[in-house]
Write a protein that binds this ligand. Sequence first.
Ligand code: ADP
Length: 474
Amino acid sequence: MRVIAVASEAYPLVKTGGLADVTGALPAALAAEGIAVTTLLPGYPAILAALGDARAIATPGPGQRILAGRAGGLDLAVLDAPPLFDRPGNPYTAPGGGDWPDNAARFAALARAGAMLARGEAGLARFDLLHAHDWQAALAPAYLAFASGRRVPSVLTVHNMAFQGQFPPETFPSLGLPPEAFTVEGIEYYGNVGFLKAGMHFADRITTVSPTYATEIATPEGGMGLDGLIRARAGRVAGIVNGIDETVWSPTTDAALPARYDAATLDLRAANRAAIEVAFGLTADASPLFAVVTRLTWQKGMDVLAEAVPALVAAGGRLALLGSGDAALEGAFLAAAQAHPGRVGVRIGFDETLSHIMFGGADAILVPSRFEPCGLTQLYGLRYGCVPVVARVGGLADTVIDANAAALEAGVATGLAFAPVTTPALTAAIMRAAALHGDAVAWAGMQRAGMRADLSWRRRAGAYAALFRGVIDG
Ligand code: ADP
């Protein structure tokens, strides 16, 4: 089976979040299932630089070329279109913040190139299936639906329903779709153009990244306006939890760590903890060290955490936070660090290496998200013996076994889960974690139970492979 994946980022080439981790790791896991994946990415400067000796295989539009090559361990097709993608800053936002004003044109071009590739019209043989990731790729199933001839089936994976790619109706004529596409039974969304909505309508299957999130997006509270469409397509929607790439995320081999270790040598983590203390200006002691690695946004519950910082410090804890995002939240955490010197340390920015050291040395990773489609940092925490303290939502609920009395006694607890996402509930979870941390045997038991869990892509890739086969066989 040959699959063309369409995405706007892929680790290690370009990453702003969990989407890149998934699109970077899934192809190798699917290869083991006999599925060959070619990934179409935008020609951002970093991707073109990594591509090396690529060959041009098609010219899908004026000023556009599709290049084929290999980089980052991936078989790639790259949409080289300098007016659209040769810019500084983030894939989605201008350096000063704010979405690029032409995002509709940029990602429509990507999706259209994906559909051409899928149909064998862009220099590579026809593919058996197109796998679109998130709104940036979600028009591809629409382009396929309106193309003539034998239809290439498609699957849309929704990594986060909060990002929908909505644009004013004036955008529509530039998309190159027939007028009849602009209806409720198409890409129209409350009078606007909806990229994610279109993909959800036209894809043969919709997947999301955990079973609990799949049920949450079918409700008005979790569906962000698209729950009706999810309910209408029930039976075509599946939740498959993300895996982790163990060639990148394993404490036994991780080159970023000052000290590598396994479940039998947890005491070696002390050297990594010391590195965190230095990096974040924290006092060196045996008190519980909580870590946070995240986008600083409302989704991630960071305002709630900011309010819980005094209680965390009062409970004897320390906090090391790595993140960037909302200016107000950045300011709140920088102020917290000033107010609690030696107890709270903050790094504003995106730092892949430092994030690895944090999982390798901190006692617990805090993930108080209001909603979380899957979440990856709790999975990295599990793998690294960095006990997750999570909100009981979405993929967090599906991947962490709360340390209630029964789970502790059975030796299966892997973390702490709390609800609702409020300052008192988060504070109670932090205090519960601090108390458990004082019981060295119970804590090490939780660390080891987490490290034993199978978080690999192997099983998950099997689920994707079965779903793809089901779609192709009709
Ligand atoms: P989301 O995709 O919603 O941001 P996920 O938990 O699914 O959340 O994935 C986030 C990914 O980005 C993880 O690999 C996490 O380690 C990484 N990450 C987030 N913020 C930072 C940061 N400031 N520095 C380094 N890595 C980060």
